[in-house]
Ligand binder design. Structure first.
Ligand SMILES: [Cu+2]
Length: 308
């Protein structure tokens, strides 16, 4: 793993070297990306992440490989100053777990669960900023996503549920990551497909052909409450309708985000604040697909497409 346990001084040297490489940049775009310190390798397993504890700041590309038997993603959240990973685990993770168990056992309905969650979460949760991450990806697949990160304390988590309804976070898929002041030397990739997410529309520009595509996702608007708009790519195999996928995207549904997934997800990106752009790379074979958001799919954030 290139970036794992990278010595801070070595990191600076490598970042300086890649900055120098960028300056004399007359090469073709294809070999421009240095993928030195700006590449962070992540392995998702059942049920743990393997990732470096410190990564550089600026444009960083995460490459996550799912080596598990269940779907995984990672959401990166930046904690407000002064809050630690332990604070997040105790004061945010525990309330979500408590509310989910009340939902799963039928003790509360979704509206009551929302109120319950509001009462249990700390005030500082409103200052947690979702800063992108890898979209849902099926076992054996990889997803690459590029985001611009400021130094700070972050949490990487996956809250897909096992078949018995346990959040992957509760099983160990929650990890602290420090984004340091060391510049990554990375840059935003060139994108062939542009997606703009607003309330409640997924607008897509660009030709969707077979092969690998880099997709730019512009966050133009988010709903006032709850998680924001994000985008995942799901393969619709014969007979699978998006109507079956939409309710699965919402963790507050008893069968939502719960294994087994109703279809194969091939990547995407998590939400970022309005004004930000996240990138992800996806390999598309001919077939039927949909762009779909996680918590806002039921509000119209879903768009089918076909790759010929
Ligand atoms: Cu997971």
């Amino acid at each position: 793993m290139i970036a794992r346990h990278l010595h801070p001084v070595l990191g600076i040297v490598l970042a300086a070297a890649s900055l120098a490489a960028c300056r004399s940049d007359d090469r073709a775009p294809a070999d421009r990306s240095p993928f030195g310190t700006d590449l962070v390798e992540v392995i998702a397993a059942d049920f743990a992440f393997e990732a470096p504890s410190e990564i550089p700041s600026g444009w960083v590309t995460f490459r996550m490989r799912n080596e598990g038997k269940e779907h995984h993603f990672f959401l990166l959240s930046r904690l407000p100053d002064g809050k630690t990973f332990e604070d997040y685990k105790e004061e945010v993770g525990t309330p979500f777990d408590t509310v989910w168990h009340a939902l799963m056992t039928g003790a509360v309905d979704k509206a009551e669960a929302g109120q319950m969650l509001g009462g249990l979460l700390p005030e500082w949760y409103a200052s947690v900023r979702q800063m992108g991450g890898a979209g849902l990806v099926a076992p054996g697949r990889s997803v690459r996503t590029t985001v611009n990160l400021e130094p700070g304390t972050y949490v990487m988590e996956c809250y897909v549920k096992t078949a018995d309804g346990t959040f992957h976070t509760s099983l160990g898929m929650m990890l602290p990551i420090t984004v340091t002041g060391v510049p990554s030397g990375g840059s935003a990739p060139d994108a062939g497909i542009e997606i703009t997410l607003s309330n409640f529309q997924i607008a897509v520009e660009g030709e969707v052909t077979p092969g690998e595509h880099t997709v730019a996702v512009h966050f133009e608007e988010h709903p006032e409450f709850g998680l924001g708009n994000d985008v995942h790519v799901v393969r619709l195999d014969d007979g699978v309708s998006v109507d079956e996928i939409v309710p699965w995207m919402d963790w507050m549904n008893v069968d939502g985000l719960r294994e087994p997934a109703p279809a194969v997800f091939v990547g995407g990106t998590q939400e970022m604040p309005v004004g930000y752009t996240a990138y992800f790379t996806v390999e598309l074979e001919p077939g039927r697909y949909a762009w779909i958001s996680e918590s806002t799919a039921g509000l119209g954030m879903v768009k089918e497409f076909t790759v010929n």
